[in-house]
Ligand binder design. Sequence first.
Ligand code: MSP
Length: 521
Amino acid sequence: MKTKFYLTTPMYYVNDLPHLGHAYSTIAADAIARFERLRGKQVFLLTGTDEHGQKIANKAAEEGQEVKAFCDRISSDFRTSWDELGIRYDRFSRTTSDDHKRTVKWFFDRVYSKGDIYKASYSGWYCVSCERFYQEKELLEEKKCPDHKRPVQWMEEENYFFRLSNYQNALLRQIEENPGFIQPEVRKNEVLNIIREGLEDISISRASLKWGIPLPIDPNQVIYVWFDALISYLSGIEFDAQGELSRYWPAELHVVGKEIVRFHTIIWPAMLMSAELPLPGKVFGHGWLTVNGEKMSKTTGNVIKPLELAQELGIDGMRYYLLREIPFGKDGDYSKETAVTRLNADLANNLGNLLNRTLVMTEKYFDGKVPLVAPKALATDRELCDYFGGNRIPERVEELMEGMEIHAALAEMLNFVDRANKFIDSKAPWQLAKEGQAARLAEVMYSLLESLRLVTVMISPFIPKTAEKMWQQLGFAGSVETSSWADLAWGGLVPGQTLKRGEPIFLRIGEELAGAGKKKK
Ligand code: MSP
């Protein structure tokens, strides 16, 4: 049986339409999912929407819409956006679905029967945008939330509590014994500090709110939105509420933004421990997309719409920019100028040019067919083959991906492309043709075509549509998705295959786009 790989994006709040920050989490998860699929794993990618809680109820009221209808509208917008961006999710889950509600009840019952839920009164500062309580010392001046910079509100209620404090030591042990559990390191240290300061029990119900899943033991209260939403990771994989764990659980990876790492690495594992379920393998907290240093968010009013940007840069252009330009785990300041420069340099000039030059020359010198070459051992021109093997490129890419360094994995591939372009310049196939050196010429062209095949397979999880076009142009029948990581050995390209040169795979983007907003002379 194939090794499984279950990964999730966060469940997005439906208080607003998707922006580029949301698309970033989803695109990164999609690229990782495709990469693991290429490696032969049985992958399940879950995404979806988080629809309960005060924030959503308020927003629906503001818009004058019945709350469920409001959720339907925004949730469907997320789903359509992911579809239009070509995200290959296995399930789009909603916290308002019946199967989710059933799983939440099942989960709650386990935690309750463990004795980890009790009733008490609570008061504290609550940020509706974060849907969490803050300690007074964490707040900015004028009692504002440090993340949203909006005033928090004082809440006093009789609530049900989860004994988070019971799990303090077990959580510390989990993090210390599993060094890869929280990544990157900086997030792990933050979480360790929070836990070491001491964990308090958390309120997991609301008395004053109607929009939520009723508490099984007290229908006058609804379940706290985070307690509810985290359980999506179970309900989303057809988790059998009779107690049978889905084959996919536990998740190998939760991809989340850095601001919600603590929910995923403190509350969520403690909930799972209480319910006596296995813990996820890894929680990765990526950085924020910022605009002029400020987090992209509806509140700040600096959002970029992913579908609009995809129209300008192309879907793969947008994917490539986000994944290559921003070191995964760090914040990245969005700039169209940087995006255009990056795409023109890497995809148009480097990758696109390599494909185009190679295909044109193969048409000219070999009638558009992969030339026949002597066995590898006898070849004179082994430069690219040696570079590929000597630098262990596929292994390097795997190591980098396992270390969640997506940007560096892409850099590794593009360096190889660059090397192949330089190989053309130094070997000057036109010169070999002029001198009638047919065997040398065949070796050079084969090396280039073979390098392109290898790059196409490796890069396909990141820019899938472009890789598909490259695959067709290299003359393969069917989809690049039928290939696998095991095909990444030099010499797989079969002589005689007829190439099908087509449109350039990536056109240079006009400089006027880069300078959008600047006046042109
Ligand atoms: N509903 C919760 C998650 C529950 S998971 C069980 C939530 N939703 S959210 O819609 O506010 O944010 C979801 C994710 O969107 C964040 O974790 C983050 O991954 C992403 N981003 C939102 N704004 C972002 C940026 N400006 N930059 C990068 N990602 C950001 O939190």
